[in-house]
Write a protein that binds this ligand. Structure first.
Ligand code: UGA
Length: 437
């Protein structure tokens, strides 16, 4: 089988590489000629464990190619996956669909009318987008033989390949049996591992993606608020999470408290679903509250640091460990660090920081930060150490050495990486989330 993938962002590149690993012939398209050139040389624009090897292997095998020429890429394919960005539209919080619709039109103009093609929306798109894509394509080329299908992606940055290869489920939304058969063919290897396939309508599939992300965002926000309450009443949030998570109806995952969710998906998707629900006269009050609570949380985190530093950070140095929105990525989008670091600087602190993968991107977004060559260097002479991302290498830090390097032995751990007892034994004044009095 052959497919084209439009957009070599996170979802497009990972999906393209993984489909080629399934044995599908894949051509990835992007308007950015420099990016395509780099991809052809095997240079991966994002940090994702295992992706470089997968791309190299399948490019060598001739199953994966890259081009800027959309018309050439879609020639003779069974399906075209649209995986372009859907950022938050300035001003109103809705998803900006202009890239999706422009891609749909371009695809329409390039397709061969003699060949049946499935046009698949892989990007996260609001309910109604698939129908609009079909309308645009039909208007541009009434003679085309095509169907539209929604096939949202549920992969997480940092474990994207595993998530694609061994998903909990695949959701396929279309009204057409013919399109369903093509999609089944593409995902054939997943049938071998008995992956559940949820076959549904376009609208249901589109909404399922948003419902999944907003539910997970709500789960995190719930445990974050429970963590705050734990601190007030002297309870331990990890035990609460375990105690509720072992109930199969609740589940153990996504109950880790922290500085608030970030990233390229949850903030954007919660906001977009709130807007859609308002537009359709069925407001999602729970998700409205989730958005509000999470925004406030990220902003309030700097106050914890100020409190741990004795009420002021003016003239003090804060050593930050990790700035990306989560580990195993270089992605800075909506990272809590983008709220917390500027707030500390505004309160008069000097910030030094280290991140294993995100510093290149962060340099631009966090002006005035002194970037260090490793974790220990970031903490040297600081009045407070602050953990913002739970990279594995931070778990293994020698806390006695940390205590010696710091000018004042204050450790604020917003990801609960350390054992409070061990931190205190090392001579640190340790504060974390939801388990300290
Ligand atoms: C998220 C979803 O998990 C994926 O299923 C989905 O496909 C993806 O969005 C998307 O729509 O493309 P991702 O943004 O890569 O994936 O990251 P997550 O691992 O979900 O983490 C999101 C944020 O929640 C991070 O800031 C993380 O630190 C935070 N988080 C996560 C917590 O604070 N606690 C948790 O228990 C879990």
């Amino acid at each position: 089988m052959r497919i084209a993938v439009i957009g070599t962002g996170y979802v497009g590149l990972v999906s393209g590489a993984c489909f080629s690993e399934f044995g599908v012939e894949v051509c990835c398209v992007d308007k950015d000629a420099g990016k395509i050139e780099r991809l052809r040389r095997g240079e991966i624009p994002i940090y994702e464990p295992g992706l470089d090897d997968l791309v190299a292997k399948n490019t060598r095998a001739g199953r994966l190619s890259f081009t800027t020429d959309l018309a050439e890429a879609v020639r003779g394919v069974d399906a075209v996956f649209i995986a372009v960005g859907t950022p938050t539209r300035r001003g109103d919080g809705h998803a900006d669909l202009s890239y999706v619709y422009a891609a749909a039109e371009e695809v329409a103009l390039a397709l061969d009318p003699a060949r049946y093609t499935v046009i698949v929306t892989k990007s996260t798109v609001p309910v109604g987008t698939g129908r609009e894509v079909a309308r645009i394509v039909r208007k541009a080329r009434p003679e085309l033989d095509f169907d539209v299908c929604s096939n949202p992606e549920f992969l997480r940055e940092g474990s994207a390949i595993e998530d694609f290869m061994r998903p909990d489920r695949v959701v396929i939304g279309t009204d057409s049996d013919r399109a369903r058969a093509v999609m089944r063919g593409l995902y054939r290897p997943l049938f071998l591992i008995e992956t559940p396939m949820v076959m549904t309508s376009l609208e249901t599939s589109e909404l399922t993606k948003y419902a999944a992300n907003t539910f997970l965002a709500a789960k995190i926000t719930f445990i974050n608020e429970i963590a705050d309450l734990c601190e007030r009443v002297g309870a331990d949030v990890h035990d609460v999470a375990k105690g509720i998570g072992l109930d199969g109806r609740i589940g153990k995952k996504f109950l880790h408290p922290g500085p608030g969710y970030g990233g390229s998906c949850f903030p954007k998707d919660t906001l977009a679903l709130v807007k859609t629900a308002q537009d359709f006269g069925a407001p999602l009050r729970i998700i409205e509250a989730v958005v509000d609570v999470n925004d406030r949380r990220k902003k309030a985190m700097a106050e914890r640091v100020v409190a741990a530093c004795g009420g002021s950070v003016a003239g003090k140095r804060v050593g930050v460990l990790g700035v990306t929105f989560k580990p195993n990525t270089d992605d800075m989008r909506d990272a809590p660090a983008l709220d917390i670091v500027p707030a500390l600087q505004a309160a008069g602190a000097t910030v030094s920081a280290y991140d294993p993968a995100g510093m290149h991107e962060a340099e631009r977004l966090l002006p005035g930060v002194e970037w260090a060559k490793d974790a220990y260097a970031a903490l040297e002479g600081a009045d407070c150490a602050l953990v913002l991302t739970e990279w594995n290498e931070f778990r293994a830090l020698d806390l006695r050495r940390v205590a010696k390097l710091l000018r004042a032995p204050v450790l604020v751990d917003l990801r609960n990486v350390y054992d409070p007892e061990a931190a205190e034994m090392a001579g640190l004044e340790y504060s974390c989330v939801g388990r300290c009095s």
